[in-house]
Design a protein around this ligand. Structure first.
Ligand SMILES: Nc1ncnc2c1ncn2[C@@H]1O[C@H](COP(=O)(O)OP(=O)(O)OP(=O)(O)O)[C@@H](O)[C@H]1O
Length: 230
């Protein structure tokens, strides 16, 4: 379980508080632009140190751990892949940072590529893939990375609705299916309705504790009404 215990985050004059627990499954983070969604993810990933409070994973205090030492992997909207490496090498980084893959690890890479629909494309460079295929490759790397928490900061925002749905379906089937804690920032409340088990609303300087998706949309709190209506 990921726990943010009395956390205060600061970026310039901006302040965000978070006192919440996120269980395994798919959690959507929604709320107005500039509300602090990326700030929240940056703190979990280790790119931003809280001003106050503690961040814990299964009881371990990870508040000041370096990003690479956290049980967390993150997908961004762009630049998830190294352009000079092949797709197989990019995915293989999850298993061997120096890319000396054993035969068994090469097989694991091939299986992960097949799982996201990129069978046979391992030898290509990222520029020889479409945007959607690049997103799939990044997802394959997350599949192989042995990290229980996966953060997606609008990773599929550029893809358009139908590809985005395909990717979110893959995330659900593959990552959530493995019991991971997947946290997705989205600008589309319908994505949250369609894919998320629970919703964290980030508004007015507060990251609210997750609520069951069906429940929060059935009876939205005022901050969510304001966001949905705006
Ligand atoms: N490096 C920074 N220095 C100062 N202020 C910052 C910095 N980064 C972000 N902010 C401010 O922090 C606030 C929260 O930004 P954040 O990117 O977390 O919001 P968001 O909800 O992810 O927004 P969006 O939906 O538009 O991506 C904003 O007011 C932003 O201007």
């Amino acid at each position: 379980m990921l726990t943010l215990d009395g956390v205060t985050l600061a970026q310039g004059d901006f302040r965000l508080t978070a006192d919440l627990r996120i269980p395994p499954g798919l959690t959507a983070v929604i709320g107005p632009s500039g509300g602090g969604k990326s700030t929240l993810l940056a703190a979990v990933a280790g790119f931003l140190t809280p001003r106050a409070g503690r961040i814990r994973w299964d009881g371990d205090d990870i508040t000041v751990r370096q990003p690479g030492d956290r049980p967390v992997t993150m997908l961004f909207q762009d630049n998830n892949l190294f352009p000079h490496l092949t797709i197989a090498q990019n995915v293989g980084l999850a298993l061997a940072p120096r890319l000396r893959l054993t035969v068994a690890q090469q097989e694991q890479v091939a299986v992960a590529l097949a799982a996201v629909g990129l069978e046979g494309m391992g030898d290509r460079k990222p520029r020889a893939l479409s945007g959607g295929q690049q997103g799939r490759a990044a997802l394959a790397r997350a599949l192989l990375a042995d990290r229980p928490v996966v953060l997606l900061d609008e990773a599929f925002a550029a893809l358009g609705p139908s590809l985005r749905h395909e990717m979110l379906t893959l995330v659900r089937d593959r990552l959530v299916g493995q019991g991971r804690t997947v946290i997705v920032v989205t600008h589309d409340p319908q994505d949250a309705r369609d894919f998320a088990d629970q919703v964290v609303l980030v508004a007015d300087g507060v990251a609210h504790p997750p609520r069951d998706t069906a429940v929060i949309f059935e009876d939205p709190p005022q901050a969510l009404r304001d966001y949905l209506g705006g």
